[in-house]
Design a protein around this ligand. Structure first.
Ligand SMILES: Cc1cc2nc3c(=O)[nH]c(=O)nc-3n(C[C@H](O)[C@H](O)[C@H](O)COP(=O)(O)OP(=O)(O)OC[C@H]3O[C@@H](n4cnc5c(N)ncnc54)[C@H](O)[C@@H]3O)c2cc1C
Length: 393
């Protein structure tokens, strides 16, 4: 059989490596092909650190070829534009096609602009390593321009950074940006007094996945570091360097980051697959795509039923990885003609950093803040890096 996995992120890389190992252990020679648009695996969990110069680029991406050197997984680089379920083909941007017997979709998510006028055109997303580099360059340029600017009003706009969305992307980025601003001002000569980092959230909550306590903890920490947090604040439209906020207010900022939501990749709906309201492909508890016998999906691109609460599983790297591992066993069962096991999510909790010295989270369901949470978050990240580095040997 030819098994094609689309996307070498947290879910897809894990699926490919685990499936390859399971197949070889059984002496099978089915082909596993891992497709990605990039030659590298991105640690999206840390791209806000790359965006703010807190880590070197090489700590945010790992070349895929060395990661697969101990496996028989075939790597195929290219941007997928369409899936043809009836023909069992994947189409690429450059006109190539790839046939499959079984397909695993692990393409991650895209930024959702939720129909806000001008948001797509006039804001910067933060969802990939490339986005992180673009954001970093942009901020450096604005601070360099501010250092040359003589008009204090313009100077302030150049040094204002607005982040729309108080989820883990927005909160983590805000915490790093205020710290990075010290270095930026020192290096560029721009005045530190004119730096403003605004975090804007439409709901009453920051980090809503943790509950009320996390809103208070995150707001306190971010505020103490100099982030202006605006909750219950709805952005209605965006123009160049300007946010229009409900109540006829405006905020002028030379850098506007859109971190207000994610959606499934548009190619899924365009390929005729069943998607839900956020464009994520709908799967059953075996991770099989609705109405598709041969196609499976996992990670952020999939709406995976959550048996723990009746909703869908959160879009996080830890869930994506565990789904990837499960998908490998499902695909093995397919190859061997056995019934697969259902995917049962484990509630292990999440951890979110708020700048270089603080984190909040709920590991194993227990609320945790401060240095212990940060230590635990760094340890989890380091553990993942050690797995990747081990695979390269
Ligand atoms: C700033 C930020 C911070 C985060 N922090 C945390 C955190 O602290 N903890 C946590 O658990 N989660 C965190 N997350 C969420 C986490 O990163 C995602 O849940 C995780 O990346 C999802 O994994 P995935 O495998 O589904 O998709 P991804 O990791 O996004 O992988 C998708 C892959 O598909 C490839 N791809 C996409 N489209 C195409 C195409 N058309 N053709 C070919 N290849 C394609 C991409 O290049 C990528 O390699 C964070 C996210 C962000 C943005």
């Amino acid at each position: 059989m030819q098994i094609v996995i689309l996307g070498a992120g947290y879910a897809g890389l894990r699926t490919a490596i685990d499936l390859d190992r399971l197949l070889r252990q059984r002496g099978r020679d089915d082909e596993v092909i891992l497709v990605d648009q990039h030659p590298y695996h991105q640690l999206i969990q840390v791209i806000h650190l790359a965006a703010t110069d807190a880590i070197p680029d090489k700590k945010a991406i790992y070349e895929l070829a060395p990661l697969l050197c101990n496996s028989t997984v075939r790597l195929e680089q290219g941007r997928v534009t369409r899936i043809e379920p009836l023909e069992r083909q994947v189409r690429f941007e450059d006109g190539r096609s790839l046939a499959y017997d079984r397909l695993a979709i692990t393409l991650g998510a895209e930024t959702s602009y939720a129909g806000v006028a001008g948001a797509r055109e006039h804001t910067l997303p933060l969802h990939t390593f490339e986005h992180a580099l673009r954001l970093r360059d942009h901020v450096v340029q604005q601070f360099a321009a501010a250092a040359q600017e003589r008009d204090p009003k313009q100077q302030r706009i150049l040094q204002t950074i607005a982040i729309v969305g108080g989820g883990y992307t927005g909160c983590q980025l805000a915490g790093e940006l205020v710290t990075w601003a010290d270095d930026l001002c020192r290096d560029s000569g721009a005045p530190r007094s004119e730096v403003r980092v605004a975090l804007i959230e439409r709901s009453n909550y920051l980090l809503p996945q943790f509950g009320d306590w996390a809103t208070q903890a995150a707001e306190l920490v971010l505020d103490r570091q100099g982030v202006s947090v605006y909750r219950n604040t709805l952005v209605e439209a965006v123009e160049p360097r300007m946010l229009h906020i409900q109540g006829e207010r405006v905020l002028r900022a030379a850098t506007i980051v859109w971190a207000a939501g994610i959606a499934g990749p548009e190619l899924l709906a365009a390929s005729g697959l069943a998607v839900e309201e956020h464009g994520r492909v709908m799967v059953d508890r075996y991770l099989r795509v609705h109405d598709q016998a041969l196609i499976f999906a996992a990670g952020d691109c999939a709406a995976v039923p959550n048996s723990l609460d009746g909703g869908t599983v959160p879009a996080t790297a830890s869930y994506a990885m565990r789904q990837g591992a499960h998908l490998a066993t499902t695909l093995l069962a397919e190859v061997e003609g056995r019934a697969p096991r259902s995917y049962e999510p484990l509630r292990l909790g999440e951890l979110v950093s708020l700048g270089p010295h603080y984190a909040v989270g709920n590991p194993l369901g227990l609320p945790m803040t401060g240095y212990p949470a940060l230590w635990m978050k760094k340890s989890v990240e380091q553990y993942y890096r050690s797995i990747l580095e081990e695979a390269q040997k």
